[in-house]
Design a protein around this ligand. Structure first.
Ligand SMILES: NC(=O)c1ccc[n+]([C@@H]2O[C@H](COP(=O)([O-])OP(=O)(O)OC[C@H]3O[C@@H](n4cnc5c(N)ncnc54)[C@H](OP(=O)(O)O)[C@@H]3O)[C@@H](O)[C@H]2O)c1
Length: 254
């Protein structure tokens, strides 16, 4: 008997990953290319993005340097991406600010990158009919959107908004076979987390409470490959918490 094509492979798929110059987005891009995808990678820092580009497996990938908190950046990425089978929104920022100290400027900064960027880029790509039938849109949210961690008021709100958008997208795009899903990572070893640790968050205590220990970018990348592949073709408006079991005592339900 001849082998059927692998439903978990991304062979023949073209995938755009934002936030690919660092951490989770970087690893998603590398892992997707490893399982056959042609990549379009996006980030702000040209040097770091180029370094991810150099790590990609296979050929014919593309790179776009853009700031997705700006209208110009969103428009350029949508114009230059071309036809896509997958879109992963991994770009994001985090700042720890107690609620009594947040202000409009802080909210604007966090929401511009974490919420408006992904939503406006999704809109721009859909308006250009760039996402193929059976395509997959994936938002990288955060466990913070469920868990109510200290000093993450704006960040958690910006990530919760992605869940709401995902549900509407899933309804609106379902008839075209386009899916919208979400991954909520717990604590993952990246430059962002390192920055939060330096900002006073007690990371050691959180990691000690995590049954599987500190998450690695690969953990999120493997789950992303699943959501981008045909293996998850029956899943939409779905989200997966990838947190090594940190949230078990929280008893979170989707
Ligand atoms: N690490 C964790 O523990 C954790 C937990 C839950 C959720 N997350 C989420 O996972 C995603 C990736 O986080 P990470 O830990 O990998 O962080 P990271 O290492 O700091 O990487 C963030 C990425 O987002 C890009 N980015 C930030 N602002 C941007 C903007 N305005 N326009 C375009 N790109 C922008 C950065 O680009 P440049 O480097 O080029 O500026 C970088 O590529 C984020 O959405 C984050 O909220 C992370």
């Amino acid at each position: 008997m001849t082998a059927k094509s692998d439903p978990f492979s991304l062979n023949g798929k073209r995938v755009l990953v934002t936030g690919a110059s660092s951490g989770i987005g970087r690893q998603i891009a590398i892992t997707c290319s490893q399982v056959g995808a042609q990549m379009v990678i996006c980030g702000r820092d040209a040097k770091r993005l180029q370094s991810t580009f150099a790590e990609l497996y296979g050929e014919d990938h593309a790179l776009i340097v853009a700031d997705l908190s700006t209208e110009e950046g969103v428009t350029r990425v949508a114009n230059e991406s071309g036809a896509l089978d997958g879109l992963v929104h991994a770009a994001g920022i985090a700042r720890l600010v107690p609620f009594r100290l947040i202000n409009a400027s802080h909210l604007q900064t966090i929401f511009n990158t974490n919420t408006y960027g992904p939503l406006l880029l999704t809109q721009a790509v859909l308006a250009r009919k760039c996402i193929a039938r059976q395509g997959s849109i994936l938002f990288i949210s955060a466990l913070a959107s469920h868990s109510g961690a200290m000093a993450t008021g704006a960040y958690a709100a910006s990530k919760s908004a992605l869940l709401g958008a995902m549900r509407t997208l899933a309804i609106e795009l379902g008839r075209q076979g386009i899916r919208a899903n979400c991954i909520a990572p717990g604590y993952v070893r990246t430059p962002m987390l390192e920055g939060l640790g330096q900002g006073g968050a007690n990371m050691a205590e959180l990691i000690a409470r995590t049954p599987l220990g500190m998450g690695e970018p690969e953990d999120i990348a493997y789950t992303s490959v699943f959501y981008l592949s045909d293996a998850s073709r029956g899943l939409t408006s779905n989200y997966t918490i990838v947190d090594g079991g940190l949230s078990i005592p929280l008893d979170i339900h989707s």
